[in-house]
Design a protein around this ligand. Structure first.
Ligand code: NCD
Length: 309
């Protein structure tokens, strides 16, 4: 399984189907092992840096938990203000510094392409924990793992991606994984928040069946998997435009039960109203299990990149 050893994890399009399969299988194995033991020792002595220049709850904490579960250690910061970037240090110098201390770096940064820039100066592998409106490959992998575990397989599913597809980095990375499977994609976005044309054109070129709509109910009616996303407030230049679009899509319990009682509902979280809380106790609501899966998938990715499985 050695192909990910030493690699940076920057973009959903970098993975071969074989690599995706290795990550999924390894994550399943960790899920099983963690039912027997709290902590493993595979990455004992290794240090992960978590460099978060943008807010995060799940990505940072699940990476840290994953490293601890593998027996390794973590250093890092959770805001630019608490690092020397606040004194004017460049990203390249910050990365060169951290690179002297650790074996692996996870970074989240508001600029598209920042993870790539970090990877160019670091000797340690860099994992992209979200680069602006660009990519978020580890979230996409845990989404895929969740579809597999909730529905038994990925092939044959119609996956509806709904919400801010223009700015959502999780969906930009997700489609790069789904294209390896026999899935139909429905892209549902309000107003001007549709998936960038360059991405849909490349998917169609690749032979993926892609349908676009602005109607959430129409998407739900066809979906096996409904992947809701948040309107990405922080990416809007015009706050009025955000205010106009923010409540566009709200998934309710009634809609699930009326239109698609067997649908699997996912969300990378945080949600800001786009899934009503009365959906939470339906068996369809997989978004809390999805978070837990993030730990297994990030364990798998780190163990593979470090060459320890
Ligand atoms: C996502 C992100 O940061 O892109 N969150 C996450 O990592 N779970 C989704 C979002 O912020 O809307």
């Amino acid at each position: 399984m050695g192909t990910l050893k030493g690699k940076d994890i920057l973009h959903g399009n970098q993975f071969s189907r074989k690599e995706i399969d290795a990550i999924m299988t390894t994550a399943s194995e960790f899920e099983t092992e963690l039912k027997k033991k709290d902590t493993l020792t595979l990455l004992k002595g290794k240090i992960l840096a978590t460099l978060f220049f943008e807010p995060s709850t799940r990505t940072r904490l699940s990476f840290e938990a994953a490293m601890h579960r593998l027996g390794g250690n973590v250093v890092g910061f959770s805001s630019a203000e608490s690092s020397s970037v606040a004194k004017g240090e460049s990203l390249a110098d910050t990365i060169r510094t951290v690179d002297q201390y650790v074996d692996l770096i996870v970074m989240r940064h508001p600029q598209i392409g920042s993870a790539q820039q970090a990877a160019e100066v670091a000797v340690a592998p860099v994992i992209n924990g979200g680069d602006g409106a660009g990519q978020h490959p580890t979230q996409a992998l845990l989404d895929l793992f969740t579809i597999r575990s909730e529905r038994g397989k990925v092939d044959g599913n119609t996956i509806a991606l709904c919400g801010d597809l223009k700015n959502g980095r999780t969906v930009h990375a997700g489609v790069e994984l789904y294209k390896h499977y026999d899935c139909k994609l429905i892209l549902a976005a309000p107003g001007k928040l549709s998936m960038p044309e360059s991405i849909t054109a490349a998917l169609r070129q690749h032979g993926v069946r892609v349908e676009e709509t602005t109607d959430l109910e129409a998407a739900l009616a066809q979906a096996d998997v409904l992947y809701m996303t948040r309107i990405q407030k922080e990416r809007f230049d015009d706050p009025h435009e955000y205010e106009r679009l923010k409540g566009s899509y709200v998934l309710t319990r009634e809609m699930v039960q009326r239109l698609q009682p067997d649908v699997t509902v996912l969300h990378p979280l945080p949600r800001v109203g786009e899934i009503a809380t009365d959906v939470d106790d339906l068996s369809n609501a997989a978004y809390f299990r999805q978070m837990r899966n993030g730990v297994y998938v990030r364990m798998a990715l780190m163990a593979l990149v470090m060459g320890c499985v």
